[in-house]
Design a protein around this ligand. Structure first.
Ligand SMILES: Nc1ncnc2c1ncn2[C@@H]1O[C@H](COP(=O)(O)OP(=O)(O)O)[C@@H](O)[C@H]1O
Ligand SMILES: [Mg+2]
Length: 400
Protein backbone atom coordinates (compact mmCIF):
# COMPACT_ATOMS: atom_id res chain seq x y z
CA UNK A 1 0.00 0.00 0.00
CA UNK A 2 1.33 3.40 -0.90
CA UNK A 3 1.56 5.97 1.86
CA UNK A 4 -0.78 8.92 1.53
CA UNK A 5 1.32 12.05 1.58
CA UNK A 6 -0.42 15.41 2.01
CA UNK A 7 1.66 18.29 0.65
CA UNK A 8 0.49 21.54 2.25
CA UNK A 9 1.25 24.97 0.84
CA UNK A 10 0.15 28.60 0.85
CA UNK A 11 -1.22 29.93 4.14
CA UNK A 12 -1.47 33.28 5.84
CA UNK A 13 2.02 34.54 5.03
CA UNK A 14 3.70 37.27 3.03
CA UNK A 15 5.39 34.45 1.13
CA UNK A 16 2.10 32.74 0.18
CA UNK A 17 2.76 32.81 -3.56
CA UNK A 18 6.38 31.63 -3.26
CA UNK A 19 5.16 28.64 -1.30
CA UNK A 20 2.73 27.74 -4.10
CA UNK A 21 5.62 27.74 -6.55
CA UNK A 22 7.91 25.70 -4.26
CA UNK A 23 5.22 23.12 -3.51
CA UNK A 24 3.87 22.60 -7.01
CA UNK A 25 7.43 22.22 -8.23
CA UNK A 26 8.16 19.60 -5.52
CA UNK A 27 4.89 17.72 -6.17
CA UNK A 28 6.12 17.09 -9.71
CA UNK A 29 9.16 15.26 -8.37
CA UNK A 30 7.68 13.12 -5.56
CA UNK A 31 8.18 9.38 -6.06
CA UNK A 32 4.71 8.16 -7.15
CA UNK A 33 5.70 4.53 -6.73
CA UNK A 34 5.95 5.08 -2.99
CA UNK A 35 3.45 7.84 -2.30
CA UNK A 36 -0.04 8.88 -3.22
CA UNK A 37 0.20 12.65 -3.20
CA UNK A 38 -2.67 14.80 -1.92
CA UNK A 39 -1.95 18.47 -2.64
CA UNK A 40 -3.58 20.66 0.03
CA UNK A 41 -3.78 24.38 -0.68
CA UNK A 42 -4.10 26.66 2.35
CA UNK A 43 -5.82 29.92 1.48
CA UNK A 44 -4.76 33.26 2.93
CA UNK A 45 -7.57 32.74 5.49
CA UNK A 46 -6.02 29.43 6.50
CA UNK A 47 -8.81 27.34 4.99
CA UNK A 48 -7.73 24.03 3.45
CA UNK A 49 -8.66 23.07 -0.12
CA UNK A 50 -8.16 19.94 -2.19
CA UNK A 51 -9.16 18.96 -5.71
CA UNK A 52 -7.84 18.48 -9.20
CA UNK A 53 -7.01 22.17 -9.69
CA UNK A 54 -4.91 22.99 -6.63
CA UNK A 55 -1.64 21.63 -8.04
CA UNK A 56 -1.91 23.55 -11.33
CA UNK A 57 0.15 26.70 -11.17
CA UNK A 58 -1.85 28.47 -13.90
CA UNK A 59 -5.01 28.22 -11.76
CA UNK A 60 -3.48 30.59 -9.21
CA UNK A 61 -3.76 33.61 -11.49
CA UNK A 62 -7.44 33.61 -10.43
CA UNK A 63 -7.40 32.46 -6.82
CA UNK A 64 -11.09 33.16 -6.16
CA UNK A 65 -12.12 30.96 -9.09
CA UNK A 66 -9.74 28.25 -7.93
CA UNK A 67 -11.29 28.27 -4.48
CA UNK A 68 -14.80 27.98 -5.96
CA UNK A 69 -13.72 25.00 -8.08
CA UNK A 70 -12.02 23.21 -5.16
CA UNK A 71 -13.27 21.30 -2.12
CA UNK A 72 -12.88 22.85 1.29
CA UNK A 73 -11.80 20.28 3.87
CA UNK A 74 -11.15 19.99 7.58
CA UNK A 75 -8.78 17.62 9.35
CA UNK A 76 -10.47 14.98 11.47
CA UNK A 77 -8.68 12.55 13.73
CA UNK A 78 -10.63 9.33 13.91
CA UNK A 79 -8.93 6.79 16.17
CA UNK A 80 -5.49 6.19 14.65
CA UNK A 81 -6.53 7.64 11.31
CA UNK A 82 -6.43 11.20 10.11
CA UNK A 83 -8.95 12.12 7.43
CA UNK A 84 -9.56 15.09 5.20
CA UNK A 85 -13.29 15.64 5.37
CA UNK A 86 -15.42 17.84 3.13
CA UNK A 87 -16.68 20.95 4.92
CA UNK A 88 -19.51 21.83 5.01
CA UNK A 89 -20.50 18.19 4.77
CA UNK A 90 -22.97 16.94 2.17
CA UNK A 91 -26.09 15.36 3.61
CA UNK A 92 -25.73 12.23 1.51
CA UNK A 93 -22.66 10.44 0.20
CA UNK A 94 -19.13 10.10 1.44
CA UNK A 95 -17.58 13.19 2.93
CA UNK A 96 -14.19 11.64 3.65
CA UNK A 97 -12.05 12.82 0.76
CA UNK A 98 -8.92 10.93 1.79
CA UNK A 99 -7.00 9.63 4.74
CA UNK A 100 -3.50 11.02 5.34
CA UNK A 101 -0.42 9.10 6.57
CA UNK A 102 2.25 11.80 6.42
CA UNK A 103 2.14 15.59 6.16
CA UNK A 104 4.68 17.53 4.14
CA UNK A 105 4.41 21.30 4.69
CA UNK A 106 6.05 23.35 1.94
CA UNK A 107 5.22 26.76 3.32
CA UNK A 108 7.32 29.86 3.74
CA UNK A 109 7.20 32.66 6.26
CA UNK A 110 5.71 33.66 9.59
CA UNK A 111 2.40 32.01 10.61
CA UNK A 112 3.25 28.81 8.76
CA UNK A 113 6.99 28.04 8.54
CA UNK A 114 7.52 29.07 12.17
CA UNK A 115 6.19 25.81 13.61
CA UNK A 116 2.55 26.83 13.80
CA UNK A 117 1.45 24.52 10.99
CA UNK A 118 3.78 21.72 12.09
CA UNK A 119 2.35 21.90 15.61
CA UNK A 120 -1.20 21.69 14.29
CA UNK A 121 -0.34 18.61 12.22
CA UNK A 122 1.55 16.98 15.09
CA UNK A 123 -1.46 17.40 17.34
CA UNK A 124 -3.38 15.25 14.87
CA UNK A 125 -0.71 12.58 15.38
CA UNK A 126 0.75 12.80 11.88
CA UNK A 127 4.43 12.38 11.06
CA UNK A 128 5.47 15.76 9.65
CA UNK A 129 8.31 16.25 7.17
CA UNK A 130 10.88 18.87 8.15
CA UNK A 131 11.75 20.74 11.31
CA UNK A 132 9.83 20.28 14.54
CA UNK A 133 8.00 23.09 16.32
CA UNK A 134 10.96 24.35 18.34
CA UNK A 135 13.56 24.42 15.57
CA UNK A 136 11.05 26.01 13.17
CA UNK A 137 10.19 28.70 15.71
CA UNK A 138 13.77 29.44 16.66
CA UNK A 139 14.80 29.46 12.99
CA UNK A 140 12.12 32.04 12.18
CA UNK A 141 13.14 34.52 14.86
CA UNK A 142 16.38 36.10 13.72
CA UNK A 143 17.23 37.30 17.23
CA UNK A 144 16.56 34.06 19.11
CA UNK A 145 18.39 32.11 16.41
CA UNK A 146 21.49 34.32 16.70
CA UNK A 147 21.44 34.04 20.49
CA UNK A 148 21.34 30.24 20.44
CA UNK A 149 24.05 30.04 17.78
CA UNK A 150 26.30 32.53 19.57
CA UNK A 151 26.01 30.46 22.74
CA UNK A 152 27.25 27.50 20.72
CA UNK A 153 30.28 29.27 19.27
CA UNK A 154 28.85 29.87 15.78
CA UNK A 155 29.80 33.26 14.40
CA UNK A 156 26.92 35.74 13.91
CA UNK A 157 26.83 39.55 13.66
CA UNK A 158 26.11 41.48 16.81
CA UNK A 159 22.58 42.89 16.82
CA UNK A 160 19.96 44.68 18.87
CA UNK A 161 16.18 44.38 18.89
CA UNK A 162 13.74 47.31 19.10
CA UNK A 163 10.00 46.98 19.72
CA UNK A 164 6.85 48.96 19.00
CA UNK A 165 7.16 50.39 22.50
CA UNK A 166 10.66 51.72 21.74
CA UNK A 167 9.20 53.21 18.57
CA UNK A 168 6.89 55.40 20.65
CA UNK A 169 9.97 57.47 21.46
CA UNK A 170 11.73 57.31 18.10
CA UNK A 171 14.47 59.89 18.72
CA UNK A 172 15.58 58.01 21.84
CA UNK A 173 15.57 54.81 19.84
CA UNK A 174 17.71 56.32 17.06
CA UNK A 175 20.15 57.64 19.70
CA UNK A 176 20.44 54.17 21.16
CA UNK A 177 21.13 52.66 17.73
CA UNK A 178 23.77 55.29 16.95
CA UNK A 179 25.40 54.66 20.32
CA UNK A 180 25.68 50.97 19.61
CA UNK A 181 26.49 50.85 15.89
CA UNK A 182 28.39 52.84 13.30
CA UNK A 183 26.63 53.53 10.01
CA UNK A 184 25.83 51.82 7.72
CA UNK A 185 23.39 49.54 9.50
CA UNK A 186 20.87 46.99 8.27
CA UNK A 187 17.33 47.13 9.61
CA UNK A 188 15.09 44.06 9.36
CA UNK A 189 11.79 42.80 10.73
CA UNK A 190 12.68 40.07 13.19
CA UNK A 191 10.67 37.29 11.61
CA UNK A 192 10.06 37.76 7.91
CA UNK A 193 11.77 36.39 4.85
CA UNK A 194 12.31 37.17 1.18
CA UNK A 195 13.95 40.51 2.09
CA UNK A 196 10.56 42.02 2.85
CA UNK A 197 10.88 45.20 4.94
CA UNK A 198 14.70 45.14 4.98
CA UNK A 199 16.82 48.19 4.21
CA UNK A 200 20.21 49.69 4.72
CA UNK A 201 20.70 53.05 6.44
CA UNK A 202 23.78 55.23 6.14
CA UNK A 203 22.53 58.22 8.16
CA UNK A 204 19.80 59.21 10.59
CA UNK A 205 17.26 60.13 7.92
CA UNK A 206 17.66 56.78 6.23
CA UNK A 207 17.53 55.08 9.62
CA UNK A 208 14.18 56.72 10.32
CA UNK A 209 12.81 55.53 6.99
CA UNK A 210 14.22 52.04 7.45
CA UNK A 211 12.78 51.64 10.96
CA UNK A 212 9.36 52.92 9.89
CA UNK A 213 9.27 50.44 7.02
CA UNK A 214 10.40 47.48 9.14
CA UNK A 215 7.83 48.25 11.87
CA UNK A 216 5.08 48.00 9.25
CA UNK A 217 5.83 44.31 9.01
CA UNK A 218 6.76 43.30 12.54
CA UNK A 219 6.40 44.44 16.13
CA UNK A 220 10.09 43.71 16.64
CA UNK A 221 12.89 45.01 14.49
CA UNK A 222 16.50 43.94 14.45
CA UNK A 223 19.37 46.30 13.76
CA UNK A 224 22.88 45.11 12.92
CA UNK A 225 26.03 46.48 11.26
CA UNK A 226 25.95 46.35 7.46
CA UNK A 227 28.75 44.48 5.77
CA UNK A 228 29.95 46.81 3.06
CA UNK A 229 32.02 44.41 0.95
CA UNK A 230 29.65 41.51 1.12
CA UNK A 231 29.70 38.14 -0.55
CA UNK A 232 26.70 35.96 0.19
CA UNK A 233 27.07 32.19 0.35
CA UNK A 234 24.24 29.74 0.93
CA UNK A 235 24.52 26.09 1.82
CA UNK A 236 21.79 23.54 2.36
CA UNK A 237 21.84 20.82 5.02
CA UNK A 238 19.94 17.53 4.95
CA UNK A 239 19.46 15.26 7.93
CA UNK A 240 18.50 15.54 11.58
CA UNK A 241 20.12 16.38 14.93
CA UNK A 242 22.24 13.20 14.77
CA UNK A 243 23.31 12.88 11.13
CA UNK A 244 23.47 15.79 8.76
CA UNK A 245 25.31 16.54 5.53
CA UNK A 246 26.01 19.77 3.66
CA UNK A 247 25.22 20.46 0.01
CA UNK A 248 27.20 22.42 -2.55
CA UNK A 249 27.49 26.14 -1.80
CA UNK A 250 25.87 28.80 -3.96
CA UNK A 251 26.57 32.46 -4.35
CA UNK A 252 23.38 34.40 -5.04
CA UNK A 253 24.00 37.35 -7.32
CA UNK A 254 21.95 40.43 -6.59
CA UNK A 255 21.12 43.15 -9.02
CA UNK A 256 20.14 45.47 -6.16
CA UNK A 257 22.22 46.19 -3.07
CA UNK A 258 20.00 44.02 -0.90
CA UNK A 259 18.90 40.81 -2.49
CA UNK A 260 15.29 41.76 -3.04
CA UNK A 261 12.02 39.90 -3.30
CA UNK A 262 12.18 40.59 -7.04
CA UNK A 263 15.73 39.22 -7.26
CA UNK A 264 14.74 36.10 -5.44
CA UNK A 265 11.52 35.20 -7.14
CA UNK A 266 10.48 37.46 -9.94
CA UNK A 267 13.72 38.38 -11.69
CA UNK A 268 16.27 35.72 -12.44
CA UNK A 269 15.78 35.62 -16.16
CA UNK A 270 17.85 32.68 -17.41
CA UNK A 271 19.66 34.78 -19.97
CA UNK A 272 21.33 36.90 -17.29
CA UNK A 273 23.99 35.57 -14.96
CA UNK A 274 24.28 31.94 -14.04
CA UNK A 275 20.64 31.04 -13.58
CA UNK A 276 19.85 27.55 -14.73
CA UNK A 277 16.23 28.16 -15.48
CA UNK A 278 14.22 31.24 -16.33
CA UNK A 279 10.64 32.25 -15.66
CA UNK A 280 8.70 31.71 -12.51
CA UNK A 281 10.63 28.82 -11.02
CA UNK A 282 10.93 30.01 -7.44
CA UNK A 283 14.33 30.17 -5.79
CA UNK A 284 15.71 27.88 -8.50
CA UNK A 285 15.48 30.73 -10.99
CA UNK A 286 17.53 33.21 -8.98
CA UNK A 287 20.75 34.39 -10.54
CA UNK A 288 23.46 32.47 -8.80
CA UNK A 289 26.86 30.89 -9.09
CA UNK A 290 27.07 27.21 -8.23
CA UNK A 291 29.55 26.39 -6.85
CA UNK A 292 30.14 29.68 -5.07
CA UNK A 293 33.28 31.55 -6.06
CA UNK A 294 35.15 30.94 -2.79
CA UNK A 295 38.35 29.15 -1.73
CA UNK A 296 38.35 25.51 -0.66
CA UNK A 297 39.00 26.62 2.94
CA UNK A 298 36.02 28.99 2.86
CA UNK A 299 33.82 26.27 1.34
CA UNK A 300 34.88 23.81 4.04
CA UNK A 301 34.24 26.41 6.75
CA UNK A 302 30.78 27.30 5.45
CA UNK A 303 29.74 23.66 5.09
CA UNK A 304 30.94 22.82 8.59
CA UNK A 305 29.24 25.88 10.13
CA UNK A 306 26.05 24.94 8.28
CA UNK A 307 25.99 21.40 9.66
CA UNK A 308 26.91 22.60 13.17
CA UNK A 309 24.13 25.19 13.15
CA UNK A 310 21.56 22.73 11.78
CA UNK A 311 22.34 20.22 14.54
CA UNK A 312 22.56 22.85 17.25
CA UNK A 313 19.11 24.22 16.38
CA UNK A 314 17.74 20.66 16.21
CA UNK A 315 16.60 20.89 12.58
CA UNK A 316 15.29 18.04 10.43
CA UNK A 317 14.74 17.50 6.74
CA UNK A 318 16.25 20.13 4.49
CA UNK A 319 17.22 23.67 5.51
CA UNK A 320 19.19 26.36 3.72
CA UNK A 321 21.65 28.28 5.79
CA UNK A 322 22.79 31.66 4.52
CA UNK A 323 26.17 33.17 5.27
CA UNK A 324 27.79 36.53 4.76
CA UNK A 325 31.48 36.80 3.92
CA UNK A 326 32.99 40.15 4.82
CA UNK A 327 35.54 40.50 2.04
CA UNK A 328 37.37 43.24 3.95
CA UNK A 329 38.14 41.08 6.98
CA UNK A 330 37.63 37.58 5.60
CA UNK A 331 35.19 36.84 8.45
CA UNK A 332 32.24 34.58 7.74
CA UNK A 333 28.98 35.11 9.64
CA UNK A 334 25.91 32.93 9.70
CA UNK A 335 23.09 35.26 8.65
CA UNK A 336 19.94 33.17 8.77
CA UNK A 337 18.41 29.75 8.47
CA UNK A 338 15.49 28.93 6.23
CA UNK A 339 13.86 25.83 7.68
CA UNK A 340 11.70 25.36 4.57
CA UNK A 341 13.84 26.93 1.87
CA UNK A 342 12.52 28.12 -1.49
CA UNK A 343 12.49 25.21 -3.96
CA UNK A 344 13.65 23.10 -0.98
CA UNK A 345 17.19 23.93 -2.21
CA UNK A 346 17.08 20.99 -4.61
CA UNK A 347 19.44 22.81 -6.98
CA UNK A 348 22.19 22.70 -4.33
CA UNK A 349 21.98 18.90 -4.12
CA UNK A 350 22.00 18.12 -7.83
CA UNK A 351 25.69 19.09 -8.20
CA UNK A 352 26.50 16.45 -5.56
CA UNK A 353 24.59 13.83 -7.52
CA UNK A 354 21.37 13.82 -5.50
CA UNK A 355 18.33 14.19 -7.75
CA UNK A 356 15.26 16.07 -6.51
CA UNK A 357 13.17 12.88 -6.22
CA UNK A 358 15.86 11.31 -4.01
CA UNK A 359 16.08 14.44 -1.85
CA UNK A 360 12.31 14.37 -1.26
CA UNK A 361 12.48 10.62 -0.49
CA UNK A 362 15.25 11.25 2.04
CA UNK A 363 13.24 14.03 3.71
CA UNK A 364 10.17 11.80 4.04
CA UNK A 365 12.26 8.88 5.36
CA UNK A 366 13.67 11.13 8.10
CA UNK A 367 10.14 12.12 9.18
CA UNK A 368 9.04 8.48 9.32
CA UNK A 369 12.12 7.54 11.34
CA UNK A 370 11.53 10.38 13.79
CA UNK A 371 7.88 9.47 14.18
CA UNK A 372 8.90 5.89 14.98
CA UNK A 373 11.39 7.16 17.57
CA UNK A 374 8.82 9.50 19.11
CA UNK A 375 6.48 6.59 19.71
CA UNK A 376 9.14 4.97 21.88
CA UNK A 377 9.11 7.95 24.23
CA UNK A 378 6.76 8.32 27.14
CA UNK A 379 4.41 11.27 26.68
CA UNK A 380 1.70 10.39 29.15
CA UNK A 381 1.04 7.89 31.89
CA UNK A 382 -1.47 5.07 31.73
CA UNK A 383 -2.75 5.88 35.21
CA UNK A 384 -4.86 8.96 35.61
CA UNK A 385 -3.14 11.12 38.20
CA UNK A 386 -6.34 13.11 38.60
CA UNK A 387 -8.10 10.08 40.09
CA UNK A 388 -8.51 10.66 43.79
CA UNK A 389 -7.54 14.34 43.58
CA UNK A 390 -9.78 16.65 45.58
CA UNK A 391 -9.66 20.29 44.67
CA UNK A 392 -10.37 21.23 48.24
CA UNK A 393 -13.62 23.15 47.61
CA UNK A 394 -15.30 23.95 50.91
CA UNK A 395 -13.94 27.05 52.53
CA UNK A 396 -12.98 29.92 50.24
CA UNK A 397 -9.29 30.41 49.49
CA UNK A 398 -8.29 26.98 50.76
CA UNK A 399 -5.24 25.47 49.12
CA UNK A 400 -4.95 21.90 47.89
N1 LIG B 1 24.37 42.75 7.94
C1 LIG B 1 24.18 42.84 6.62
N2 LIG B 1 25.05 43.50 5.84
C2 LIG B 1 24.85 43.63 4.52
N3 LIG B 1 23.79 43.12 3.85
C3 LIG B 1 22.88 42.44 4.57
C4 LIG B 1 23.02 42.27 5.99
N4 LIG B 1 21.95 41.57 6.42
C5 LIG B 1 21.19 41.32 5.34
N5 LIG B 1 21.74 41.84 4.22
C6 LIG B 1 21.18 41.77 2.85
O1 LIG B 1 19.76 41.66 2.94
C7 LIG B 1 19.29 40.43 2.39
C8 LIG B 1 18.12 39.90 3.20
O2 LIG B 1 18.49 39.73 4.56
P1 LIG B 1 18.17 38.42 5.36
O3 LIG B 1 18.66 38.58 6.73
O4 LIG B 1 18.71 37.26 4.59
O5 LIG B 1 16.60 38.40 5.36
P2 LIG B 1 15.49 37.50 4.68
O6 LIG B 1 15.02 36.59 5.74
O7 LIG B 1 14.43 38.46 4.30
O8 LIG B 1 16.11 36.78 3.52
C9 LIG B 1 20.51 39.52 2.42
O9 LIG B 1 20.37 38.49 1.47
C10 LIG B 1 21.62 40.52 2.13
O10 LIG B 1 21.67 40.80 0.74
MG1 LIG C 1 17.91 35.78 3.44
Amino acid sequence: MKLKLAVLFGGNSTEHEISIISAIQAIGYINREKYDVIPVYISKNNDFYVGEHVDKIEEYTHMNDLIKKSTKVIWVKDGNKVNLVRYPQKLFGNNVISSVDIAFPIVHGTNVEDGVLTGFLQTLGLPVVGCDVLSSAVGMNKYVMKTVLKDNGISVLDCKVYTWTDNEEPEKMYDSIEEKFKYPVIVKPINLGSSIGISKASNRDELKEAMELAFEFSKKVLVEPAIVKLKEINCSVLGDYENAEASECEEPINSDEILSFEDKYIGGNGSKGGAKTGGSKGMASLKRKIPADITKEQRDQVRKMAVDAFKCLGCSGVSRIDFMLDEETGNIYLNEINTIPGSLSFYLWEPLGKRYTQLLDDMIDIAVKQDREAHKLVFSFETNVLEGVHLGGGSKGSKM
